[in-house]
Design a protein around this ligand. Structure first.
Ligand code: FES
Ligand code: FES
Length: 158
């Protein structure tokens, strides 16, 4: 099987590793780089569990080959909490019980962080992010409450 070496900047750290041409980015992150926070559910782009940011944009990592990410800047859920401190958004998820089994949470958090960075309001974020992420525990009410709680705090701080 043809293998090549790729270099990516993951959560601010440069990583170089060999990968086969057919390896998915999700598998490269989980099995090669041991970043198992990125979850894999449907493997066909439907559930959103595997969402990571590639050069700042949300991407279903089960639909992208690792070799396509060569030289890219990747952000995964492991990069959110610096020094063990939860981000404000993670804190809001905790306070509103926005997760049950937590399987959908990493992908959801990455999409929410992207929405916040791009300046989306709470209503648009709820609509757009929840539209593209399946929660098998059906915890949508709590997730929605966490988004509203966090965006209220952001509005007050501004
Ligand atoms: S595992 Fe990638 S979208 Fe479901
Ligand atoms: S919290 Fe279980 S899948 Fe969403």
């Amino acid at each position: 099987m043809r293998s090549m070496e790729i270099t990516v900047l993951v959560n601010g750290r440069k990583r170089t590793a060999p990968t086969e041409a057919r390896t998915l980015l999700s598998d490269f992150l989980r099995h090669t780089l041991r970043l198992t926070g990125t979850h894999v559910g449907c493997e066909q782009g439907a559930c959103g569990s595997c969402t990571v940011l590639v050069d700042g944009e949300p991407v279903r990592s089960c639909l992208m080959l690792a070799v396509q990410a060569d030289s890219s800047r990747l952000e995964t859920v492991e990069g959110l909490a610096g020094n063990g401190e939860l981000t404000d958004l993670q804190q809001a998820m905790l306070e509103e019980h926005g997760l049950q089994c937590g399987f959908c949470t990493p992908g959801l958090l990455m999409a929410l962080h992207h929405a916040e960075r791009t300046g989306l309001d709470a209503a648009t974020t709820t609509h757009e992010v929840l539209d593209g992420h399946l929660c098998r525990c059906t915890g949508y009410g709590s997730i929605r409450a966490a988004i509203e709680r966090h965006w209220r705090r952001v509005d007050v701080a501004e």
